[in-house]
Design a binder for this molecule. Structure first.
Ligand code: TXA
Ligand code: MG
Length: 337
């Protein structure tokens, strides 16, 4: 069932109903400022198991626990380091997730057996209202089937999960558009596990150097799904290119009679012959990283819906503000050799 809810004028009855579903062990899909989440009571292992079943998500992937405000973190985390306090003051509520040592109360299902828990205080008014009404920590991955594109509209959730959730709250499109930045503060040196709209530069200005995760060796299991090489993928084959020559090659490699090709363009003109010749649906993307992120999944969903076989994506700038976008595009385009 889908219920519309106006983020500017929240209907407390709808929120109360959704909160009750969560407290009763059900699944509620709800908007956050990043992407839609698929929520369940984080302290109820049976409810959390339903998330994994609905998403067909492997159990080695830990979930983020959502809280209404900073004062609730110590209900699930065992420590609140000074660096966490500094970051929370600047970025919460908002698109930053912190990984901290966990408390025993958090079921192993949530953390995939790790001794840490990921926590986030989201900013979206509907997420805020829901978390405050539910009065329980809410585990919520992105509300999509495993490996697929994250949803930035309720309709995206409905397309992949409608019959697998108890309730979908439709609060309109998500403002940030890509998943939160994930930073581990579990050890001495902070580690940036997943880039997002809160950039490494912004974090380092406040708490000093941040390390990158170690590349997993080929034969070791990858514990973080956001670190899987292929992830966040549309159904269409995603191919990155740089400049006109590579675009021509990409068109040549992917075109064919009756085959529809989409493209996300940044600098190339949609009217240039290279584009006009081979691309069925050229989309001109914004030059601002935040606006690009807001549009990214929405455009990939739309090109998938149109039936594109390939989506050619012009490579994005090599600046910290674009790290999250570049990361998602690389994973979406990764092909097993
Ligand atoms: O923006 C977001 O973060 C959205 C909204 C709904 O909040 N959620 C989201 O969840 O993207 P999900 O499950 O798709 O991604 C969770 C990420 C994964 O990369 C996972 O590996 C990491 O957080 N993560 C969760 N718990 C962790 C832990 N204890 N240690 C390391 N990484 C963890
Ligand atoms: Mg996800």
């Amino acid at each position: 069932m889908i219920l519309h809810i106006d983020p500017q004028n929240i209907d407390p009855e709808i929120v109360a109903r959704a909160a009750k579903v969560l407290r009763d062990g059900g699944l509620v899909a709800f908007p956050t400022e990043t992407v839609y989440g698929l929520g369940a009571n984080a302290l109820d292992a049976v409810a959390v198991e339903k998330i994994f079943a609905a998403k067909q998500r492997p159990h080695f992937n830990p979930l983020i626990v959502h809280l209404p405000d900073t004062s609730r973190v110590l209900e699930v985390a065992a420590q609140w380091p000074e660096k966490a306090q500094i970051l929370a003051e600047h970025f919460w509520p908002g698109p930053l997730t912190l990984v901290l040592p966990k408390r025993d109360i958090v079921p192993d299902r949530v953390t995939a057996g790790l001794n840490t828990v990921a926590v986030r205080v989201p900013q979206h008014p509907v997420a805020q209202a829901l978390l405050q009404a539910a009065q329980i920590p809410v585990a919520a991955p992105s509300a999509n089937l495993f490996m697929q594109l994250s949803p930035t509209r309720a309709q995206h959730v409905a397309q992949s999960l409608e019959n697998r959730v108890d309730l979908i709250l439709d609060g309109g499109p998500c403002n940030v558009g890509i998943e939160s930045t994930v930073l581990s503060l579990a050890d001495e040196t902070p580690v940036l596990l997943r880039p997002g709209s809160v950039s490494r530069t912004q974090i380092e200005k406040l708490i000093g150097p941040v390390a990158s995760p170690q590349e997993p060796k080929n034969d070791t299991p990858r514990l973080a799904p956001g670190m899987l090489e292929r992830h966040y993928a549309p159904r269409a084959k995603l191919v990155m290119f740089e400049g006109r020559e590579e675009l021509k090659q990409a068109i040549y490699n992917n075109c064919g009679d009756g085959i529809w090709i989409g493209a996300l363009l940044l600098n190339l003109d949609a009217t240039s012959p290279e584009v006009g010749y081979g691309i069925t649906f050229p989309v001109v993307m914004p030059h601002d990283a935040q606006e690009y992120a807001r549009k990214l999944y929405e455009q990939l969903h739309a090109l998938d819906e149109l039936g594109c076989v390939a989506i050619l994506v012009e490579s994005v700038p090599d600046f910290p503000a674009w790290d999250g976008i570049r990361d998602r595009l690389q994973r979406a385009g990764f092909q097993e050799k």
